[in-house]
Design a protein around this ligand. Structure first.
Ligand code: GLP
Length: 237
């Protein structure tokens, strides 16, 4: 696991954007998983600038949301597809036909999860998984649990995650209790993994990741240790 320590949020974001740009320039039709949250917003802003400057072309790339809330549609303002549309897609020359999120409104979420996994597999799997991290060590919505899931699945969110994400809703009660997330296997099969972490509430998780080499299902991010090409870009010392 390669750690890159940056001095500021801006520097972290620029560094992550460079990694993603390099990947897209190397393989214009690359398949990406993209996260939501406050942390990657700066990276998306940097990517939009690089796209306007003609330094990166999104038109052939394939982009998959890492996760989506159950019950929220593509148009829903708190939904994760909408987040990526607002923060990235509408600012770059992406082909919207090649942007995907799990179907949060599907009657059968398990089936929607399976279809999503098949769609990623059909394109040859992820070339790069771009990730944030939850304060409890979750990646995507792979929450701490007795066991982890291999493929995309429907997860019941932990109270810690509901509280952390309540800021995007009018109140905690409005946060969906379930989500669809790409699984740990989907992530670990990606050729490259890039994770960004910033802020006091992530300090404990990043320190733990740094110091503790055990693989623990109650700390899902620890499984990234199994992957040969992981870069953690962080402002956390
Ligand atoms: C949510 C998302 C994760 C994201 C995490 C951290 O739980 N499902 O993919 O990494 O939030 O978000 P933030 O960057 O806002 O702390």
């Amino acid at each position: 696991m390669n750690f890159i320590l940056t001095d500021s949020y801006e520097q972290m974001s620029e560094t992550a954007a460079e990694f993603l740009t390099e990947e897209l320039n190397r393989k214009p039709s690359a398949v990406f998983a993209l996260p939501t949250g406050s942390t990657p917003i700066g990276t998306y802003r940097a990517l939009a600038r690089l796209n306007k400057e003609g330094k990166v072309d999104f038109s052939q790339g394939n982009f998959f949301n890492v996760d989506e809330y159950v019950g929220l549609s593509r148009e829903s303002e708190q939904g994760y597809y909408h987040f990526l549309y607002e923060n990235l897609y509408r600012h770059v020359n992406v082909d919207l036909e090649k942007t995907h999120a799990p179907d949060g409104t599907a009657e059968n979420p398990e089936q929607a999860a399976e279809q999503y996994e098949q769609m990623i597999d059909g394109l040859g799997g992820l070339d790069a998984a771009f990730l944030g991290i939850g304060r409890n060590g979750h990646i995507g919505f792979n929450e701490p649990a007795d066991s982890l899931h291999y493929a995309t699945y429907c997860v019941t969110l932990t109270q810690s995650t509901i509280e952390a994400n309540a800021r995007f809703f009018r109140n905690e009660g409005e946060v969906p209790k379930q989500a669809l997330t790409i699984g740990m296997g989907t992530i670990l099969k990606a050729k490259k993994i890039i994770l960004v972490a910033d802020g006091d509430d992530k300090e404990e998780a990043i320190h733990r990741l740094w110091e503790d080499t055990s693989l623990r299902t109650d700390f899902p991010v620890s499984f990234l240790r199994l992957h040969p090409d992981v870069t953690i870009i962080t402002t956390i010392k």
